[in-house]
Design a protein around this ligand. Structure first.
Ligand code: GAL
Length: 686
């Protein structure tokens, strides 16, 4: 998909987020010089500073940022300028309250926080277009500006919209999509619970209903609508900036949040995608301990893998450099010595060539006084800025990696229809959660690197055929086009692994009256004759695959093979003991597995082993489970990152001589990684 949407630079660039409006002007120059002295070459500015440019309605003034950009010019600091639309000013929301978002109960969010606006208000769109036009026209020619960030974190904080404008826009979206009320009633299955619409005026965004039992087909379209609204809002801005932008400058935004097709947004409006990386979320002390992955901060690599599927080479607009906390939420520790480096290298290992720390200095006022930056309030030298300087030296040593792409041994297919369906359907969610954790964890712990592969409407065979093995764990919603694509993938030699619950819904989220797995029945050679959740009262259910016990977690499809398919494994317990739980089918040059359960970590490990892709670097270096191994490749070279997330030292064994990029020498044998240590090795690709 968006493989062309990649950041292009010839080294790993370091940046930081700076807020000239938070500090006395007398500090600016010294701050910028000190940044440059620490290896920081780029700053991001302006994303919340609407009032500095339009202090009252229609009165634009450019003096403030002109003065600041002059300091940037004097010091040689490069700048990413932002549009300030995440925080509309008080004069705007007070005079035009229709620009505000509302809760589902209809209560308006008011001034004082951020992201309190709605994407669909014509008034807000006009004000947005006007300020973006003014800013872009005035600042785009500035020699120190190298790129643009649109808004800040689209769909962060709140990603549901219930204003009057959203209601109207949703009705239009639905009208355009279905054309007639008959088609709409059909698509949403409104015969159920007497929900039929007889006039378009009855069609609304979700409203409070008893027991939150909203029509799921309507909800699915509502999420699609939110995504489209957000994308249109971003496109409105990027179209304006494009008119003024200097040649070579880029447009991006930072993220990544839900209810948004980030891939489409990037394709339509951005040059590449940026992410905000705060691995400390793994340690947030106010988080539900159940939700905290036992991979802890390493779990963040999952997010980075998602980002990579949008832009294979991307940037980190906000990389954690201190403790996190708001006065209202989140209590978290400072990164320990070495962890800023570890987390920065984690980003680079997954494909980031730009690392910008949030933020230069911790803010002395407002909600985020505990969201620490590199420097503390006092501005004194501290261990964190010392670590940033060391990272800058490391970036210099590994600069040849810039532009290299992550090298995965297998892919996990995803699509937004199924992601959103799983959000609103707990049956779907239960299997999905277990499998996505299981697959990621198995990949991490066995050092078998993986990619996410998103298939949108424009998906091509090439997107898939790069991977010898693909998991598509629970393709609940299936379309004819996707089924054909998967078939083509298998025929040309791919191995496709499907899990339970495949193919039982159509694109509206309604169930199909087909023998399951529906549109993938022929391809998989599996016939689902019965199915059930694994009851909490049952013991875990296993499938025997050539003597290996494979857990079929959460849900079980009870299978029979179609003509040329083979039973590979049978259930060993429950009322379906002896019935097929794993079916295999050879097709063309490839192979399809249909597995009756959700995929746990151990189950995935078996599939990785059976498909011959497990631990592809084991002959090169032996890495303990506690360390991550990530690989980027470019021009016939492979770059192997080893990341120690533990507070104890870890030993690795280098089995073939490798070039250590930090040390700039060839190494082999045992190497000790101190706590939170990282290593980057180069080898010729064989
Ligand atoms: C990010 C956001 C920043 C800052 C930071 C700390 O999500 O983009 O503006 O708020 O979190 O909360």
């Amino acid at each position: 998909m968006a493989t062309t949407k990649r950041l292009r630079t010839n080294k790993i660039v370091m940046g930081t987020c700076y807020y000239p409006e938070h500090w006395d002007e007398s500090l600016w120059k010294n701050d910028l010089l000190r940044m440059i002295d620490s290896g920081i070459e780029v700053i991001r500015i302006g994303e919340f500073a609407w009032s500095r440019i339009e202090p009252t309605e229609g009165n634009y003034t450019f003096d403030f940022f002109d003065r600041f950009l002059e300091v940037a010019r004097e010091t040689g600091m490069k700048v990413i300028f932002c549009t300030p639309t995440a925080t509309p000013p008080a004069w705007l929301t007070e005079k035009y309250p229709e620009v505000l978002n509302r809760t589902i109960e209809g209560v308006s969010y008011r001034h004082g926080g951020r992201r309190h606006y709605n994407y669909n208000s014509p008034v807000y769109r006009d004000f947005t277009a006007a300020i973006v036009e003014k800013i872009a026209q005035h600042y785009a020619p500035h020699p120190n500006i190298i790129g643009w960030q649109i808004d800040n974190e689209i769909n962060c904080e709140v990603n549901e919209f219930y204003s009057e404008s959203d209601d109207i826009a949703f009705r239009n979206f639905i009208k355009k999509k279905y054309g007639t009320l008959e088609a709409l009633n059909q698509a949403w299955g409104t015969a159920f619970w007497n929900q039929e619409y007889t006039d378009w005026s009855q069609v609304h965004i979700p409203q409070p209903v008893v027991n939150r039992s909203m029509n799921p087909h309507r909800m699915l379209d509502y999420i699609r609508f939110i995504s489209e609204s957000a994308r249109e809002f971003v496109k409105l801005q990027s179209d304006i900036i494009r008119k003024y932008i200097k040649e070579g400058d880029f447009i991006t935004t930072n993220g990544m949040f839900g209810n948004l097709d980030n891939h489409k947004m990037t394709d339509e409006s951005l040059d590449f995608y940026m992410f905000d990386s705060y691995p400390n979320f793994a340690y947030c002390l106010d988080q539900d301990p159940e939700q905290v992955s036992d991979l802890k901060d390493r779990e963040w690599s999952r997010m980075l893998s998602e980002v990579r599927s949008i832009s294979p080479v991307f940037g980190i607009m906000e990389q954690q450099s201190g403790a996190n906390g708001w006065t209202s939420r989140i209590v978290a520790p400072q990164p320990k010595p070495g962890q800023i480096t570890l987390w920065s290298m984690q980003s680079v290992a997954h494909g980031a060539d730009y690392i910008s720390y949030f933020r230069w200095r911790t803010c002395t006022m407002g909600t985020e006084i505990y969201w620490h930056g590199i420097l503390d309030y006092s501005n004194r030298e501290n261990r964190r800025i010392a670590e940033i300087r060391e990272i800058s030296n490391k970036f210099d040593k590994i600069k040849e990696i810039a532009g290299a792409t992550y090298k995965a041994s297998f892919g996990v297919v995803k699509d937004y229809d199924n992601i959103w369906d799983a959000q609103i359907d707990i049956w779907h969610k239960k299997v999905e959660e277990v499998s996505s954790k299981g697959i990621f964890k198995a990949s991490q712990l066995t050092h078998t690197p993986m990619d996410y592969v998103y298939i949108g409407e424009d998906a091509q065979l090439d997107d898939l055929s790069r991977y010898p093995v693909l998991f598509y764990p629970h393709a609940v919603i299936m379309t004819r086009e996707r089924a054909e694509l998967l078939e083509a993938y298998v025929k040309q030699g791919g191995t496709l692994i499907l899990g339970c619950r495949t193919g039982y819904k159509d694109i509206t989220g309604k169930c199909v009256m087909l023998k399951l797995p529906g549109l993938l029945r022929d391809l998989s050679g599996a016939d689902v004759i019965d199915y059930t959740f694994v009851s909490p009262a049952d013991d875990p259910v296993y499938v025997d695959w050539d003597g290996i016990k494979l857990e079929a977690a959460v849900f079980n499809d009870i299978l029979e093979p179609l003509e040329d398919a083979q039973v590979l494994g049978t259930y060993t317990s429950n009322y379906y003991t002896g019935k097929a739980g794993l079916i295999g089918r050879k097709l063309g040059e490839g192979y399809v597995y249909y597995f009756g359960g959700a995929f746990t970590e151990d189950t995935v490990k078996v599939f990785l082993q059976k498909t011959g892709i497990l631990s592809p670097y084991r002959h090169v270096l032996e890495v303990p489970q506690s360390c991550e191994l990530a690989v980027r490749e470019k021009d016939g070279m492979e770059y192997l990152f080893v990341l120690n997330y533990e507070k104890e030292a870890q030993k690795i064994e280098i089995k073939q001589p490798l070039f250590d990029l930090y040390e700039q020498k060839i190494v082999s044998g045992s190497v000790i990684l101190s706590p939170y240590d990282t290593k980057v090795y180069r080898r010729e690709k064989i």
